[in-house]
Design a protein around this ligand. Structure first.
Ligand code: NAD
Ligand code: UGA
Length: 475
C-alpha cells in the first residue's frame, strides 16, 4: 500500500531575502493552516520584515505589502530564532544566497556554497523527527549530494532524526515576483522520495494546478534552473548583438524583434534590447554553468555559454564608449544625468545593474554624474560605485576641465538634467516614458543629447525639443 504523504503543518525558510520573503509570504497567504516562519541571521532585515509600516519592507515588489499585510502575525512570522523555527518545522526551505566565489578554487565562476552548507548543518543540528529539506536556492547540479551527506551525519547520530531532500528552484523575476508566485508557469520538484515530493506538491496544490507541477529527479531539477536562466540571458545577448548591427545598418531592433518574435518557435518574450542584463542571477548562474561544463571536460560547451556573458559586458562598455564619443570624445568635467539605477524597473535591487558598470566607466572618464532612481537610495548607489557622492552645492559652481569624475544624487529627472550635456536612461521606469522633453531640454547645456538605452523615451518629442537622440538598436 502506498504511504500517504506527510501533511505539512509547519514550514521554516532559512533566508529572508528577495526569494525567501516573497515566496513564503505567498505560501502563508494561500495556506492559512500552515505556520510559516522565515528566519535570517541578519537582524536588521528581519526587523524590516516586521516593520508596522508595510512601505518599509526590505524588498520592494508590487503587491508584496498586501500579501504580507494579510498573513503576517497570523501564520507568517519573521524571526532570528533560527534553531527554534527549524525544530518546529516539518519542512525547511534553504533560500540562502549563493553568489559567485571570489577566492579559492573556481573563483569568478563557481558558486560559493558556504551559506548552503552552514544552513544544512544548522538543520542537521536543530531539526527534530522527520524533516523535508527543500533546496530553494539556485545551486550547481549535484549539490543535493552534499546536502544529503551533511544531513545523513545527523541521521546516524541518534535522536530519531530523518530527512528527505528535494530540489524546488524558484523561477520568479523581480518586479513581478508576486504575480509569478501566484500564477507560475510551472513549479519544479526534483527528488527521490515520492512521499516528500507529494507533500511539497500538496502545499503548492492549494493554488497551482497539478499539471503545472513538474516532477523530475534531483539532478534534472537543479540543472533546469541554471539552464532556464542561461537560455533567458542568451536571448538578451542575442538581441543586443543584433541591436548593434541595427545601429550600424539602419535596421531597427524593435522591428526585427517583432518580426522574429511572431514566429511561434521563437516567441516574443525576452527580445528587448537594452544596456545588457543585470540582476543577481543571470551572470552568476551562467558562470556556474561554465564552471560545471569545464569541470566535466566540456570545453566547447563552456566557451559557448561564456560568450553570453562576454557579449553582455561588451554591450555595457559599448554604451559608455558611445556616450563619450558622441560628446566630442570627452566627458571630463561634463555633467551627465543618469535616469535609473536599478537593474530593471519595479525593484529596488541594484545587484549587477548595468548602470553600475556604465556609471563607473563614465566616472573613470571624468564625468560628473547626477543620478536619480525612484526606488534606489544614495547610500546604495555609493556602495555600488565604491564612491561617495559630492554635495549638490559643491557640484554647482564647478565645471573644471580634466576634473576627477564624481557623482551626486538628484531628486528628479529635471534636477539631474540641469546644466547637463546628456541624459542617459538606464532603467525602464514607467515615469521615463512620460518625460516632458521640452522642459528637460530647457535646463540642459547645448548641444544636448539623450541616450536611451531602454528605448522608453518619446524620441520624437525629445528631437522636437532640440536634443540629439540615440536609442539602443535604432539605426
Ligand atoms: P538574498 O541575498 O536576498 O537573501 C539570502 C538571505 O539568506 C540573506 O538575507 C542572508 O542573511 C540569509 N542567510 C544566509 N545564510 C544564512 C544562515 N545560515 N541562516 C540564516 N540566514 C542566512 O538572496 P536572494 O536574492 O533571496 O537569493 C537566494 C537564492 O535564490 C539564490 O540562490 C538565488 O540564486 C536564488 N534566486 C534568486 C532570485 C531573485 O530574483 N533574487 C530568483 C530565483 C532564484
Ligand atoms: C531572472 C529570471 O527571469 C527569473 O526567471 C529567475 O528566477 C531569476 O532571474 C533568478 O534566478 O534570479 P530577474 O533577474 O529578476 O529574473 O529579472 P528579468 O526580468 O529576467 O531581467 C533580468 C535582466 O535582463 C534585467 O536587467 C532586464 O532589464 C534584462 N532584460 C530582460 C533585457 O535586457 N531584455 C529583455 O527582453 C528582458
Amino acid at each position: 500500500m502506498l504511504e500517504a504523504p506527510p501533511t505539512i503543518h509547519s514550514i521554516c525558510c532559512i533566508g529572508a531575502g528577495y526569494v525567501g520573503g516573497p515566496t513564503m509570504a505567498v505560501i502563508a497567504d494561500r495556506c492559512p493552516h500552515i505556520q510559516v516562519t522565515v528566519v535570517d541571521l541578519n537582524a536588521e532585515r528581519i526587523a524590516a520584515w516586521n516593520d508596522a509600516d508595510l512601505t518599509r519592507l526590505p524588498v520592494y515588489e508590487p503587491g508584496l505589502d498586501a500579501v504580507v499585510g494579510r498573513a503576517r502575525g497570523r501564520n507568517l512570522h519573521f524571526t532570528t530564532e533560527v534553531d527554534a523555527a527549524i525544530a518546529a518545522a516539518d519542512m525547511v526551505f534553504l533560500s540562502v544566497n549563493t553568489p559567485t566565489k571570489t577566492r579559492g578554487v573556481g573563483a569568478g565562476q563557481a558558486s560559493d556554497l558556504r551559506w548552503i552548507e552552514a544552513s544544512a548543518r544548522q538543520v542537521a543540528a536543530a531539526s527534530q523527527g522527520h524533516t523535508i529539506v527543500v533546496e530553494k536556492s539556485t545551486l550547481p547540479v549535484r549539490t543535493a549530494e552534499a546536502v544529503k551527506a551533511i544531513l545523513n551525519g545527523a541521521q546516524g547520530s541518534g535522536g530519531g532524526k530523518t530527512f528527505s531532500v528535494l530540489s524546488n528552484p524558484e523561477f520568479l523575476a523581480e518586479g513581478t515576483a508576486i504575480q509569478d508566485l501566484e500564477g507560475p508557469d510551472r513549479v519544479l520538484i526534483g527528488g527521490e522520495d515520492p512521499a516528500a515530493i507529494d507533500a511539497l506538491a500538496s502545499v503548492y496544490g492549494h493554488w497551482v494546478a497539478q499539471e503545472r507541477i513538474l516532477r523530475t529527479n534531483l539532478w534534472s531539477s537543479e540543472l533546469s534552473k541554471l539552464t532556464a536562466n542561461a537560455f533567458l540571458a542568451q536571448r538578451i545577448s542575442s538581441i543586443n548583438s543584433i541591436a548593434a548591427l541595427c545601429e550600424a545598418t539602419g535596421a531597427d531592433v524593435r522591428e526585427v524583434g517583432r518580426a522574429i518574435g511572431t514566429d511561434s518557435r521563437i516567441g516574443p518574450k525576452f527580445l528587448q534590447a537594452g544596456p545588457g542584463f543585470g540582476g543577481s542571477c543571470f551572470q552568476k548562474d551562467i558562470l556556474n554553468l561554465v564552471y560545471l561544463c569545464r569541470h566535466y571536460g566540456l570545453e566547447e560547451a563552456a566557451a559557448y555559454w561564456e560568450s553570453v556573458v562576454g557579449l553582455n559586458t561588451w554591450q555595457q562598455q559599448r554604451i559608455a564608449r558611445l556616450v563619450v564619443n558622441s560628446l566630442f570624445g570627452t566627458v571630463s568635467g561634463k555633467r551627465l544625468a543618469v535616469l535609473g539605477f536599478a537593474f530593471k524597473a519595479d525593484t529596488n535591487d541594484t545587484r549587477e545593474a548595468p548602470a553600475i558598470r556604465i556609471c563607473r566607466d563614465l566616472i573613470e572618464e571624468g564625468a560628473q554624474l547626477a543620478i536619480v532612481d525612484p526606488k534606489v537610495d544614495a547610500a546604495q548607489i555609493a556602495r555600488d560605485l565604491e564612491h561617495s557622492p559630492v554635495s549638490a552645492d559643491a557640484a554647482a559652481g564647478s565645471r573644471p576641465l580634466g576634473a576627477d569624475g564624481s557623482w551626486l544624487a538628484a531628486g528628479s529627472p529635471i534636477e539631474a538634467a540641469r546644466g547637463a550635456d546628456a541624459v542617459l536612461i538606464l532603467t525602464e521606469w514607467k515615469d521615463y516614458r512620460q518625460i516632458d522633453w521640452a522642459s528637460i531640454a530647457n535646463v540642459m547645456r547645448r548641444p544636448a543629447w539623450l541616450f536611451d538605452a531602454r528605448a522608453v523615451a518619446d524620441a520624437a518629442a525629445a528631437r522636437a525639443a532640440g536634443l540629439n537622440v540615440w536609442t539602443v538598436g535604432e539605426g
